[in-house]
Design a protein around this ligand. Structure first.
Ligand code: 5GP
Ligand code: MN
Length: 341
């Protein structure tokens, strides 16, 4: 990391589509850290470019206002990508996960650093920090920052610590899964010492519902949740019409897929959300989220049937077609991937 960063003048940090707390946190922590390393030098520019919009409940994060959203400013982003002399890719394992930007990134032969905790990264980066055992990419970023003081400058500012804590918190469901490693709590202690306001971060991310979002959640659980009891499986679907009725905003369905897992006999949960067709794509996109508890992987199902993948207990995929079609394929496929009991 140090040797590549020391040589760079134009760094672009990428993170995945539909940025979550770990994507936001890991990219912002790197952004602040890199800027702090060479604070007075004007020979360094650092930009974060994300493929599409992030939820408004991350707007408060220090530096979030500086993030470029490719869908909204492709021209400026393309210029930055073309002139970059170092890319840092965080929280994704395949250039495809950053959408059309992936091709632009690969067209620039400059060095690429990958920092990620997803399984089986595609071999595209020159320096790889891939740790599937880490709870989040933020955990890896924390360790890199602690181990690599680029020019002896103090590492863990409160901005950096806040960004890192956000990713640790969101990728573990506020420390309710993937979080039994003692070291994680040592990291948190260090972040608290660095001055983070832990409870404020929780409130800023999780207690920010609009009334519409709360009503949409109620509607989805009351009217749209189906349970397949022999398979301990729940499915929620929301069409574009239904989302519009509740004035859907990016992030409004975040976490909805986890809710059926609160039912004692539900171990698998799937959520489908319809997106209106984009210009040039005749069919709507159905975005599908998979969750499970314990030793019950869903990533193979997401990969083989819905062209996606992810972690064993949290995966995603997609289908271009109608919600009805997606439900039909879901119902035909789940008996192959989920044991009946
Ligand atoms: P979510 O349901 O929150 O969108 O995604 C859950 C997890 O599944 C993400 O953290 C990501 O690791 C993975 N994931 C989501 N969509 C895809 C996809 O299209 N391809 C792959 N390989 N992984 C995905
Ligand atoms: Mn992550």
């Amino acid at each position: 990391m140090k040797s590549l960063v020391d040589k760079a003048h134009h760094i672009v940090i990428f993170t995945h589509m539909a940025p979550d707390g770990d994507a936001m946190g890991s990219s912002l922590a790197l952004y602040h850290w890199l800027n702090n390393q060479r604070p007075k030098a004007n020979d360094l520019s650092v930009h974060i470019v994300v493929p599409n919009a992030f939820p408004a409940f991350f707007n408060w994060m220090p530096g979030a206002a500086d993030i470029l959203i490719y869908e909204k400013c492709a021209e400026r982003s393309n210029a930055l990508i073309a002139e970059a002399d170092l890319f840092i890719c965080t929280d994704f394992n395949d250039p495809k996960r950053i959408g059309p930007m992936g091709d632009k990134m690969m067209a620039n032969p400059c060095p690429k650093i990958l920092i990620d905790h997803h399984l089986n990264p595609v071999d595209f980066a020159d320096e790889v920090h891939s740790h599937p055992e880490a709870c989040s990419s933020c955990e890896i970023v924390y360790k890199l920052i602690k181990s690599e003081s680029l020019s002896g400058i103090a590492n863990l500012t409160v901005e950096i610590a806040t960004a890192i804590y956000t990713g640790l918190m969101t990728d573990t469901g506020n420390f309710s899964f993937n979080s039994t490693n003692c070291e994680l709590y040592e990291i948190i202690a260090d972040l608290v010492r660095a001055g983070i306001r832990k409870d404020d971060i929780y409130n800023a991310v999780f207690n920010q519902y609009s009334a519409d979002r709360m009503r949409l959640t109620g509607y989805a659980l009351y009217r749209k949740m189906r349970i397949y009891p022999e398979y301990h499986l729940a499915l929620i679907t929301l069409s574009a019409d239904e989302l519009e009725r509740y004035h859907y905003q990016v992030g409004d369905t975040e976490g909805l897929v986890n809710m059926p897992l609160q039912i004692s006999d539900v171990w698998y949960s799937v959520f489908m959300r319809e997106e209106r067709p984009k210009p040039g794509t005749p069919k709507p996109r159905i975005r599908i989220s998979f969750r499970s508890q314990g030793d019950r992987p869903v990533n193979i199902w997401a990969n083989e049937v819905f062209h996606g993948g992810g972690h064993a207990n949290a995966s995603g995929g997609e289908l271009f077609g109608s919600i009805d079609q997606a439900v039909r394929i879901f119902e035909q496929s789940f008996p192959k991937y989920i044991p009946r009991s």
